[in-house]
Design a protein around this ligand. Structure first.
Ligand code: SF4
Ligand code: FES
Length: 201
């Protein structure tokens, strides 16, 4: 793999071909906020909170750093008025769904986002897909998935698989940026009975 030299926030950063801008920044100790990214998972690019500005041949544009590949001579800015405004808007929209999420509230404070800007549509899940992708890609179990589409999209445990796999695993729980995952798990359990083995029905 060949070395690629780029500039992030005015610093020269060396990266390997195939790395994303987010990975290059992280390897240089430069922090970019993320919500749907996990180093063990395939790049997803769902939440866009990691958006940064890149300058290529004199043109500046916003790109999603967790999926954007490094390029020789790329100039990257991780903070600017435009970036901060974008992150603020994303956070305000997500907070309408998950107003109590500690992770979102911390980011909201950093970017001056107003958690009450948009009408609450508390679904608690922000569709980051971390739980679904972790279970499929890392655990290879597919015990949790999305049902429905668009605004009605929500996560759901597959009772039959959950009964066999989830009780001793729960590795997805700490990944969830909201309380939606645990709540859905508890609900699945409660709906099927009080004991984990009865999730099989
Ligand atoms: S339940 Fe949590 S981890 Fe799963 S998609 Fe929703 S917000 Fe993400
Ligand atoms: S962390 Fe990059 S799009 Fe979510």
């Amino acid at each position: 793999m060949s070395e690629i030299l780029l500039q992030i926030d005015g610093r020269d950063v060396e990266a390997k071909e195939g790395m994303t801008v987010l990975e290059a920044a992280q390897s240089a100790g430069i922090s970019i906020p993320t919500l749907c990214h996990h180093e063990k998972l395939e790049p997803y690019g769902g939440c866009r909170i990691c958006s940064v500005e890149v300058e290529v041949r004199g043109w500046t544009r916003l790109v999603v750093s967790c999926v954007y590949p490094v390029e020789q001579g790329l100039v990257v800015r991780t903070r600017s008025e435009k970036i901060d405004k974008t992150r603020k808007m994303i956070l305000e929209l997500l907070l309408a769904h998950a107003p109590d999420s500690v992770q979102l509230l911390e980011l909201a404070q950093a970017y001056g986002a107003d958690k009450d800007r948009f009408k609450k549509q508390a679904s608690f899940c922000i569709h980051c897909g971390l739980c679904v992708r972790y279970c499929a890609e890392v655990k290879k179990k597919n015990a949790v998935g999305f049902i429905d589409r668009g605004a009605r999209k929500e996560i759901s445990f597959i009772p039959k698989i959950a009964a066999k796999e989830c009780w001793d695993c729960k590795e997805c729980f700490p990944l969830c940026p909201t309380s939606a995952l645990q709540a859905t798990y508890v609900l699945t359990e409660a709906l099927t009975s009080s004991s984990p083995s009865s999730l099989q029905e």
